[in-house]
Each structure stands twice: as structure tokens, then as C-alpha cells.
Design a protein around this ligand. Structure first.
Ligand code: IMP
Ligand code: MG
Length: 181
């Protein structure tokens, strides 16, 4: 893998592991023995969901939505669309939405609305990364892994043009990719 575009490391594998463990504990304490339906957003949330559900002790099942908005650029088009919805019925379930990163907020808002249409018993949201400064629409967040600065990051599921998702850590993407943000 060409790593010349990669900048400084934002979060090491150990940082992520530690935080995911904490989040898993908090979420387990919250739901206790109630069954939870965990819903991840493809493709970015795959690794986070996989690690997180293994730290949750409450009985659970999981499924995925797919949302796309970025295409091939680093600037959000602001118009995400759902390209896949869950086959699992979400009505009357405790739904925990899991997303890799919240930026403008439009993606999570869209997914939340899709879940709410199915009338879940409850809906809560857990994101690993929160780029607070970029928010353009309000989305209630229940668990946040790390607030991060307004810079483009890759790794641990997050991509630049579909690359770098498999990095076990999170890194900033160097210029020139960041320009124009
Ligand atoms: P939002 O709709 O603007 O909140 O964008 C959320 C989606 O944009 C995430 O699910 C990611 O797929 C993508 N995204 C936002 N910021 C980054 C980043 O820094 N690196 C990689 N993908 C990002
Ligand atoms: Mg995503």
C-alpha cells in the first residue's frame, strides 16, 4: 500500500481498542439484559461495529444500512442516499445505530429517519468519531468515541477513494487531498 499520502497518526490501534472497550461497557450497562438490534452503516462502520459488538454483553443481533454521499471526493456532497436497508424488522426493537464518523450530520439524519419509520421501541446512536465543527444539522448522539478536528482522516473503515479502510489505526490524509475543504 502506498502510504505517501498519509499524515500523522490521529489514533493508534491501542487508543481505539481502549475506547471501544469503554463504549462497550457503557452500552452494556445501559441495555443490561434487554435485547438490542445493532445497525451499522456500510461500509465505514464495519470494523467499529465488529469490535464494538464483541464488547457488548447484552443479547444482540446486527444488520446494516448502506449510505453513500462522498463519491470520490473528500468534500461531502451533502446529499446522501440509502443504497441498502436492513432486512431485519426494526419495529418494537431497541435499535442502536453505529457509525464510523459524523461530519455534516446529513448521513446519520437520513439513516435515523429510515429507522424511525419502522417505529422502533427506542433508537440510540453511537459514533466513533465526531467532527463537531462541521455539523450542519442536529443529530442526537448518545455515545461518542472521540471528538476530532475538522480534517480528513482515513483508516479503521474510513476511506479516501476506497483506499486505506484496512489500516488498523486512524491517520490524517496529507495535502493535497485536504485542500478545498
Ligand atoms: P456526513 O453526512 O457529512 O455526516 O458524513 C458522514 C459520512 O461521510 C461518513 O459516514 C463517512 O463515510 C464520510 N466522511 C466524513 N468525514 C470523513 C473523513 O474524514 N474521512 C473519511 N470519510 C469521511
Ligand atoms: Mg460512513
Amino acid at each position: 500500500m502506498a502510504e505517501k499520502d498519509l499524515g500523522k497518526i490521529l489514533l493508534t490501534q491501542a487508543d481505539i481498542e481502549r475506547r471501544v472497550m469503554e463504549l462497550g461497557k457503557e452500552i452494556s450497562l445501559f441495555y443490561r439484559a434487554e435485547p438490542v438490534t445493532v445497525v451499522g452503516v456500510l461500509k465505514g462502520a464495519v470494523f467499529f461495529l465488529a469490535d464494538l459488538v464483541r464488547q457488548i454483553e447484552s443479547p444482540l443481533t446486527y444488520d446494516f444500512f448502506q449510505a453513500e454521499s462522498y463519491g470520490l471526493d473528500t468534500a461531502s456532497s451533502g446529499i446522501p442516499r440509502l443504497t441498502l436497508t436492513t432486512k431485519t424488522p426494526l419495529g418494537d426493537r431497541h435499535v442502536l445505530l453505529v457509525e464510523d464518523i459524523i461530519d455534516t450530520g446529513f448521513t446519520l439524519k437520513l439513516v435515523r429517519e429510515a429507522v424511525l419509520l419502522e417505529k422502533p421501541r427506542s433508537l440510540r446512536t453511537c459514533v466513533l468519531l465526531d467532527k463537531k465543527d462541521r455539523r450542519q444539522t442536529d443529530v442526537p448522539l448518545d455515545w461518542v468515541g472521540f471528538p476530532i478536528p475538522n480534517r480528513f482522516v482515513v483508516g479503521y473503515g474510513l476511506d479516501y477513494r476506497e483506499r486505506y479502510r484496512n489500516l488498523p489505526y486512524l491517520a490524517f490524509l496529507d495535502e493535497p487531498w485536504e485542500r478545498g475543504r
